[in-house]
Design a protein around this ligand. Structure first.
Ligand code: NDP
Ligand code: A1CAB
Length: 272
C-alpha cells in the first residue's frame, strides 16, 4: 500500500510526523498535504519539507487516503463538522487529540467511517516516539497494518484499549515535557555548582540517555540506583534531599493531574 497522507492542522505534532515520514524516506513530499489557518506556517512547512499546503481543510480531505487530525481538542468538533460531508467511508481518519474519544468523532462524521485514535509524543520527530493505538474496528486488516507500519517508522506502537488513553496521555504524551523540565533542573544544579551552562546541559543529557539505555537493557531502576549509592557517600546525600522534597510524589502527582485534565477535556468536548 502506498497511500496519500494528509494533515489538518500544521502545528508541532503535524511537523513531527511530517519530518519523520519525509526524512525517513517513508513518503515522498508529494504524497503529503497539510492544511492550517496560518499561511506563514504553511509556507514554512512547504519550504522545509516540500509538502503540498492549503488554507482549505477540505482540499486535504479530497487529496488524502489517510487524514491525520492534528488540531487542538477544542478545535476538533468544528473541524470534524466542516469535513464530515466530504469524507468517504474508504478514507481513514486518524485523530491524535488528547481527550477526544472515538465515539465523539463517530457522532459527528458517522459510525460508518474508519476511525483511528492515537496518542503520540513529540519524540516521533526524531523517530524515537511512542504511539498508543486503537481504532473503531472498521479498518480492513491491510489498512490497519499500513497505518501501524506508518506509525512504527517513527515510534514504538502500543495497541491499547481506549480506556487507557488518559493515562497514556499523561505518561507518554505529556511525559517528554516532564523530562525536559528535569533536564533543565539538573543543568541548573550544575550551573549553581559552577559548571559552564553548556557543559552542565551536555552532562545532564548524557546521564539521562545512558540511564534510560541501562534500564532498557533489562535492569530494574531500583537495582541500578542501589549500585550507584555508596554507604555514607555522595549519592545517598542527594537521594535523601530528593525524598525530603517528595520528588517521587511530585512526579506521580504530575501524571495524576495530567490524566485528570485529559478526562476533563473529554467532558468538555462531549458538551460541544
Ligand atoms: N504537542 C504534543 O506534544 C502532543 C500533542 N498531541 C495532540 O496533537 C494535537 C495537535 O497538537 P499540537 O501540534 O501541539 O498543536 P499546535 O497548536 O501546535 O497545532 C495545531 C495547528 O492547527 C491550527 N489550527 C487551528 N484551527 C484550525 C482549523 N480550524 N483548521 C486547521 N488548522 C487549524 C493551529 O493554528 P493556531 O495556532 O493559529 O490556532 C495550529 O497551527 C492536539 O490535539 C494535541 O492534544 C498529542 C500528543 C503530543
Ligand atoms: O499538553 C497537551 O494537552 C498535549 C497532549 C499531550 C501532550 N501535549
Amino acid at each position: 500500500m502506498n497511500l496519500r497522507v494528509g494533515f489538518i492542522g500544521g502545528g508541532n505534532m503535524a511537523e513531527a510526523f511530517i519530518s519523520a515520514f519525509v526524512d525517513g524516506e517513508l513518503l515522498l513530499p508529494s504524497q503529503i498535504s497539510v492544511s492550517d489557518v496560518l499561511k506563514e506556517r504553511l509556507d514554512y512547512l512547504k519550504e522545509k519539507y516540500g509538502v503540498k499546503t492549503y488554507l482549505c481543510n477540505l482540499q486535504v480531505v479530497t487529496e488524502s487516503d489517510v487524514i491525520f487530525l492534528a488540531v487542538k481538542p477544542q478545535v476538533m468538533t468544528t473541524v470534524l463538522k466542516e469535513v464530515a460531508g466530504s469524507l468517504y467511508p474508504s478514507q481513514i481518519v486518524v485523530s491524535m487529540a488528547a481527550g477526544y474519544p472515538i465515539r465523539k468523532i463517530e457522532e459527528i462524521i458517522g459510525d460508518d467511517k474508519k476511525v483511528v485514535r492515537i496518542m503520540p509524543n513529540i519524540l516521533v520527530k526524531i523517530r524515537k516516539g511512542v504511539v498508543a493505538y486503537c481504532d473503531n474496528k472498521r479498518l480492513l486488516d491491510e489498512e490497519r497494518k499500513y497505518v501501524k507500519e506508518l506509525l512504527s517508522t517513527c515510534s514504538e506502537v502500543f495497541d491499547l484499549d481506549e480506556k487507557l488513553f488518559d493515562a497514556v496521555t499523561a505518561l507518554a504524551g505529556s511525559g517528554p515535557a516532564f523530562v525536559f523540565l528535569i533536564l533543565e533542573a539538573l543543568s541548573d544544579g550544575g550551573v549553581k555548582l559552577g559548571l559552564p551552562r553548556d557543559v552542565a546541559l551536555k552532562l545532564a543529557t548524557q546521564v539521562l540517555i545512558g540511564s534510560a539505555e541501562m534500564v532498557r537493557a533489562g535492569e530494574h531502576p531500583e537495582v541500578l540506583k542501589d549500585k550507584v549509592t555508596s554507604p555514607a557517600g555522595t549519592t545517598i546525600a542527594g537521594l535523601s534531599a530528593l525524598e525530603e522534597n517528595r520528588t517521587r510524589f511530585a512526579l506521580i502527582k504530575a501524571l495524576e493531574e495530567a490524566c485528570k485534565r485529559s478526562v476533563e477535556i473529554t467532558k468538555l468536548v462531549e458538551g460541544m
